[in-house]
Design a protein around this ligand. Structure first.
Ligand code: DQA
Length: 146
């Protein structure tokens, strides 16, 4: 059975390409997902992607992922900095989790320096634009194979 990995995109990431291009670039979410799918094919793994602007929908997806996926890659957007609910969902899902961000959080406003989900993640990748997801996918596959 092939390795299955879930990629979650949080709030406002559907606006990629239009949203603050000086920070997030002009790549759209569809482009990001296409690049993820191409790398997944190259690595021989299955990837599902899902975006929501709603915290509860992300919690539902993480809960449903328990036992179904080998790893979780999540860019929780602004919920990164606010959501104990996402932290608890990740803890209860018991999936190796990789936190990713397009921008380098530590070069930005101080409120972005704290991540509620970082303590539940194996690691965090930020600052590489869409490549953060691809690096995250390589890390997820390595974890799943270890
Ligand atoms: C982000 C960083 C967050 O601080 C911000 O709220 C986002 C995007 C990133 O990918 O760089 O929505 O997660």
């Amino acid at each position: 059975m092939s390795i299955r990995i879930l990629v979650l995109h949080g709030p406002n990431l559907n606006m990629l390409g239009l949203r603050e291009p000086d920070i997030y670039g002009t790549t759209t979410l569809a482009d990001v997902n296409d690049r993820i799918a191409a790398l997944a094919q190259e690595l021989g793994v299955e990837v599902d992607t899902f975006q929501s602007n709603h915290e509860g929908q992300l919690v539902d997806k993480i809960q449903a992922a328990r036992g179904q996926y080998a790893a979780l890659i999540i860019n929780a957007g602004a919920y990164t900095h606010t959501s104990v609910a996402l932290l608890d969902a990740i803890l209860s899902a018991e999936l190796p989790t990789i936190e990713v961000h397009l921008s380098n959080l530590y070069k930005r406003e101080p409120f972005r320096h704290h991540s509620y989900i970082a303590s539940a993640a194996v690691g965090q990748i930020c600052g590489f634009g869409a490549d953060s997801y691809l690096l995250g996918l390589r890390a997820a596959v390595a974890l799943a194979q270890s």
